[in-house]
Each structure stands twice: as C-alpha cells, then as structure tokens.
Design a binder for this molecule. Structure first.
Ligand code: DGJ
Length: 706
C-alpha cells in the first residue's frame, strides 16, 4: 500500500519502491515530518511527534519540521505561506482538518484550515513509486465571503533528516555559461536560490540536492527536489540554529501578491522530491526516466529527436530564400532531418533593433513567402522549423506603434530596453490572444514541424496599471499561466509540431516548461569544450533527450577556440544532435566527416536519448567521460573527451557502469574491435584509453555478444 494512515499513531506513510516518507499530526495539529529516506517502520517514528521547546525565545521548535509552514504565531523559520485578511490580520493559525487517500494515482491530500478565517490549504502528495519520487503542491482555497491577499504561496517544505546532510549541490550560471555545478556546505543560516527575472533564468536553476559530505556520483545519500515553474521562483535552503535542515520552495514571494476572491482556489506549481542512496548518478537517472515517462509531452516523448540544422550562426539575421536553399542542400547531404531558420525572417528584422512583434514574412527576403523554401526543404527529405520570440516587441515595430499599452511598464518610467526590446504584458488576455492567433496562423498556413520559442531579456518595470492595485503583483504568475495556456493550446492544435524552449540559450529550462516543450536549447555557447561543463550541470536534473546541442564552426564565435570536428561532434552527440555552423565554409573533408558522424549518431541515438546516463569523469578533471546504456544492458556507448595531453601521460582507465557483470561485451573504438570483456571486468578492471594531443576524443561502443 503506497499510502496509508495509522489512526492510532496519527501517522501517514508514503512508500515508494525503496523509500519511506513519513509524516504525522502532532499535538498542536501541525503536520510534522518524521522520516524521509530508507524504508523504516512508522512505529519507530512515534516518539518524534512530540513538541520541542528550547526557551521562551524558541518555544515551538517542532514547527521547523512541519510540512506546511504558514507565517503566524511563534514561527520564525522560512515560511511557505503568508496571507493578509480583509480586516488587516496577518497571522495564520492552520491545523490539520481532514485528509483523503486516493488510488491511481496514489495520492495523499491533507487539508489544513485556519482556526478563524475561511482559508484552507490542501497539501497534495502524489507518489511516483518506481522512481522514489513524490510530487507535492498545495491548493489554497477561500471558502468564505471575504477576500484575502496571498503574499506567499510556496509549493512544499522538504525536511532533510539529520543535520549531517548539509552539502548543497546546485547550478549557477549566466548567458553563455549556464548550469555550472557548485557545492556549498551549509552552516546555520539560509542559502537562497531564485529568479526575480520573470523567467527561469540562466543564473540559477530550480533544483537542489542535499547530501552527506562524502556523497559522489556512485555513493552516498542524496535528497533532491526539482520545481516545475518557469516564472519567478525561490528555493530557500535553511539550516536552523537547532540543526534542522529544511528546503522551502515555490513561486518567489518577492513582489508577489494574489487576491483570493470568494470561492477562489490557487494551485501552486509542483515541487518533486526524491531520495537516492547511490549518489548523484542515481538521482539524475531517476529524474531522467521520470521526465521521459511522465513529463515530456506525450506526442513526441517516445520518438527519437531528429538531427536538426539551424542557420543562426551561419547567417545571423541575414536570412533569405536563396541562401537558405543552398544551406538546406548541404544540410540534407549530411543526413540532417529537420531544417530550421532562425531570427530575421519577418517584419523589418535585419538586426535586433526593429521588427520584433511583426510576425509577417519579410518579402524582401522571401518574395514568395516561406512556401518555396519549405517545399525545397521537404523535397530534400527534411522537415522545416522556424524561430519565434512571441513575448517581446521592439519599440520600432508596427506592433508597438499600434499597441504601446501592451508592454509592462510604469507611467513615470521609461521602460528599460534589453537587446532593444520590451516585454509584452502577457498577463493581459488580449496579448495572449494575439500570440495564439499569429502562432496558429503561422502553423496552420505553413508546413512547419518545429518551433524554437525564444525569450531574450528578463521582465523589468513590471507595471500593469489598468488593474486594481491589489492585483498588480499577479503579473509574475499570470504571465506564466498564460504562457503555459498558449503552449498547451498550440500543442493540442498542432500535435505533430516539436517545440523547443530557449531563452537566449538555457534561460528557460525547467520542469514546468518540460510539460510543453519537447526539448531545450541548453546554451548559446556552442564551444564544444565549454559545452561539456554546461551539459554536465544540465544532466544533474534534466534528461539528455531534451538537450539540444549543435556542432558549429571549427573556430567558435565566442572563445575563438579551434576544435577538431570529431571533438565538436562527440561533445554534441551527448544530447540531441544539431548542426549550427556555416556549412558554406566547411572543407570537403569536414563535410565528409560530418556526414559520417551524423550516420553514427543515428545508430546510437536510441541509447543516448533513452538510455541510462553515467557520468564517469567530470570535464573539470581534464578528461570528460559519459556513458549511456540501454535498459536491457545490451548496448552502451561511451564518450571520452580530453583537454590536453601533458607530461607524456600513458593511457588512463575508465571504469564503466550499468553493464551486466556476467555478460560478455564486444568493445569497439572508432569502428575497430578492441577487445572482449565481461561487464564485471569493464567495471572493475576498466578500459584503457589513450587520447593524444589537445582536444583528443573517442567514442566507444559496447555490445553484448552472449
Ligand atoms: C538567442 C538564441 O539563443 C539564439 O540561438 C538565436 O536564436 C538568437 N536568440 C536569435 O535572435
């Protein structure tokens, strides 16, 4: 029984395949965390349900361990919920009211109620048994006549057992440098990960992992969580003076307000949490499988991602039918399956200064519209895809001239420009309708099979002055609700179209977006060496199938680093492969090699996109090694990319994972049979690898032969 309630002890038990999550109703009516981790018997937790007072200064320490932390009474740790009632009272006293246990999906809903006001909160727990995950969110309800104002509406509080589990892993980044792994050992205090930019942002990503100090890829206990929200978010990791380690997360309470009218229900984003006793590697594999099975949009979740070509780095804004056709021919020869034109095809968009928002084809560039190019691309055997940035407008555009009131802003302020553009106020339904209309026209009137949806600046001056003051701070949430509604509608109208989420690279990668986006553009940084650490950080929380990676020109536009073509390909082949270079300037030799690499990728993509991922060696060590193995342990592929050979190093060994110890495997490197070894041998004796010179790389294929 995955969920049960023991009436005698007032304890709820949520069981996954390998874990127990145990909470109970304490004497004060609070819902208190008792255990999360290895399977235990709930009766062993009974004595934890008692109050814990330290002094008159800290009388209710057990509140720090509660599952829902309303701000009120003698509670001073990070709250998850805060409200102001109609009469000015800003104090919540919420206690257990009732609960429901549901089957398929296995779910527990605990309802809390304020002792005086008509406010209820459902704490919803849904169990994803096979991956040891629990999806949590809250539903806040106004059951009375008078409205109240929500000032904080967190999704969940996760209590981490044992203060020793204080090593926090997260990612930090910036444009062209997303998803850089960081670790930090908590001492008492709070560590806040957040976005206040109106979107997920490249600076931090909404997930955390807490572990014991010794945890690594394979060993150690790890508690982790990923938040499904693409707007302002906040995850506060706190270690209190009493040693309680707790994580509070959800929509960012900074500048947040939501008016709860009579009968209103506010549903918070899902915050999924899990536990691994085999280090970060197992944590990631559980998340990857969960995403492929439960989160990625159903229409394409099981289909291989096509090899795409995107012309952005080749042409910039200078797109036109003739030159795109030339590139399309070259791309088709390499085996590309999806041809994508990027920014610059519409309005007066010759650079980033004008035209954004005018979603009609630029007739100077495409005199007969998009059709001739699309037909050509289709005749070459490829699908056609296109770039859009619907939430934005250049002040120099027809759209802005017609609707200057459609952007966020304050009357006494000139809106700050970012890349010469302003953000449309998507909280307004007319803006939502405008985007839906032009997108559905574009998709209905052209044979488009792929959309790259970009967003190139954060929200600023978040004014929406037409609505009553109490509602103005709702924009942070309304923007995202309308964004999701648009994507959801477009997905249902055009199920055959694959959608990619991009925000100047990896600024909009999160579990909320993944319910609509089939894939993410991980970074504008296409330097295959830099990309290794970006991809490593990405892989901690997100699956490779959804990670689009391009192979670009021999000398990268960002760092001016020159890299061999094999290295560039092998780096990009660790996710969903794309090509983004200027094929007109590639040598015949490189084009030949590119064709071979695309062919090779097609042979192995089912393993990379659907298999289990093992991070064998971090790029930070100078030798990146990542292995992917299919579910049946029949086939595996290993990518090894070195930085530079030094001090006459001899071959080094990599120790493979996820293979059946007793089975015999054939090991092939660069098409040559190297050796035959057992799965146990590959794990424990290892495989010798020699990388020569700078930026050497190898791909190793392993197949079971028995
Ligand atoms: C930012 C994206 O990340 C790039 O790939 C490209 O689409 C440009 N925007 C186009 O403006």
């Amino acid at each position: 029984m995955p969920v049960f309630y023991d009436q005698d002890t007032k304890i709820f038990v949520l069981e996954t395949r390998n874990t127990s999550y145990i909470i109970g109703i304490n004497q004060a009516g609070g819902v208190q965390s008792l255990h999360w981790g290895e399977k235990v018997n709930h009766t062993d937790c009974v004595n934890m349900l008692k109050p814990h007072s330290h002094s008159s200064f800290d009388p209710n320490i057990e509140k720090e361990k509660e599952e829902c932390c309303p701000w009120g009474g003698l509670f001073y740790a990070e709250p998850s919920i805060k409200a102001v009632f109609f009469d000015g009272v800003r104090d919540l006293k919420m206690t257990y009211e009732t609960h429901t246990i549901n089957k398929s999906p296995d779910e527990l809903i605990v309802t809390m109620k304020d002792e005086y006001y008509n406010m209820e909160v459902d704490l919803v727990y849904r169990i994803i048994e096979e991956f040891d995950l629990i999806e949590r969110h809250c539903i806040i309800r106004n059951t009375g006549e008078d409205s109240f104002l929500m000032e904080n509406a967190g999704s969940a509080v996760w209590n981490i057992p044992n203060p020793d589990n204080s090593k926090l892993t997260y990612v930090s980044g910036k444009w062209a440098g997303e998803s850089q792994l960081r670790q930090y050992s908590l001492t008492e205090g709070k560590f806040v990960l957040e976005s206040r930019k109106g979107f997920t942002s490249p600076n931090f990503n909404p997930w955390f992992a807490l572990s014991n100090e010794a945890a690594d890829e394979e060993y150690g206990t790890v508690w982790f969580g990923v938040l499904a929200w693409s707007g302002n978010w906040k995850i506060t990791v706190e270690k209190t003076s009493f040693g309680n380690v707790r994580v509070v997360g959800g929509i960012n309470d900074f500048d947040f307000g939501w008016e709860m009218l009579k009968g209103a229900a506010f549903e918070t984003p899902v915050f999924v949490g899990g536990y691994s006793n085999q280090g970060y590697g197992e944590m990631s594999r559980k998340l990857h499988e969960y995403q492929r099975k439960y989160i990625l949009p159903k229409e394409h979740a099981d289909k291989p991602r096509k090899v795409l070509y995107n012309s952005w780095e080749a042409t910039g804004f200078n797109v036109n039918a003739e030159e795109q056709m030339v590139l399309a021919e070259k791309a088709a020869k390499l085996g590309v399956e999806l041809y994508v034109i990027d920014d610059g095809w519409f309005g007066t968009r010759n650079n980033d200064q004008s035209g954004l928002g005018d979603w009609h084809v630029n007739k100077n560039k495409f005199p007969e519209g998009l059709t001739p190019l699309i037909k050509k691309v289709n005749a070459l055997g490829m699908d056609f895809g296109i770039w859009v940035e619907p939430e934005m407008v250049n002040p120099d555009s027809e759209l802005f001239r017609a609707h200057p009131d459609w952007v966020y802003g304050f009357p006494t302020r000139i809106g700050s420009l970012g890349r010469n553009q302003l953000v449309l106020n998507l909280s307004k339904d007319e803006v939502k309708d405008f985007i839906l209309d032009f997108m559905s026209d574009l998709l209905a009137n052209n044979n488009i099979k792929f959309i790259k949806w970009d967003m190139n600046r954060p929200v600023s001056e978040p004014g929406w002055m037409e609505v009553p003051e109490k509602r103005r701070k709702e924009i942070w949430v309304r923007h995202i609700i309308n964004l999701y509604a648009i994507w959801s509608k477009l997905k249902s109208m055009f199920p055959e179209v694959v959608f990619e989420s991009c925000a100047g690279g990896g600024g909009r990668i999160d579990l909320g977006m993944m319910r609509y986006a089939d894939q993410f553009w991980a970074s504008d940084n296409t330097d295959a060496f830099d990309r290794l650490s970006i991809q490593e950080g990405y892989s901690y929380a997100y699956c490779s199938k959804a990670m689009m990676c391009w192979v670009t020109d021999p000398i990268n536009y960002l760092n001016h680093r020159k890299l061999p073509i094999r290295y560039r390909f092998l780096s990009a082949m660790m996710g969903s492969l794309g090509i983004g270079g200027n094929l007109n300037e590639w040598s015949d030799e490189d084009l030949g090699e590119a064709g071979r690499m695309v062919g090779l990728y097609k042979e192995i993509r089912h393993i990379v996109q659907e298999g289990k991922q093992y991070r064998l060696s971090s790029p930070g060590s100078g030798k990146a090694a990542v292995q992917y193995t299919d579910d049946k342990m029949n086939e595996s592929v290993v990518f090894v990319l070195g930085h530079s050979q030094q001090f006459a190093e001899s071959p080094f060994r990599i120790y493979l994972k996820g293979l059946a110890p007793e089975r015999t495997y054939l090991v092939e490197c660069e098409g040559e049979e190297v050796l035959r070894m057992s799965g146990g041998g590959l794990k424990n004796v290892g495989l010798p690898i020699a990388l020569k010179g700078d930026f050497g790389s190898k791909i190793i294929r392993i197949k079971a032969v028995d």
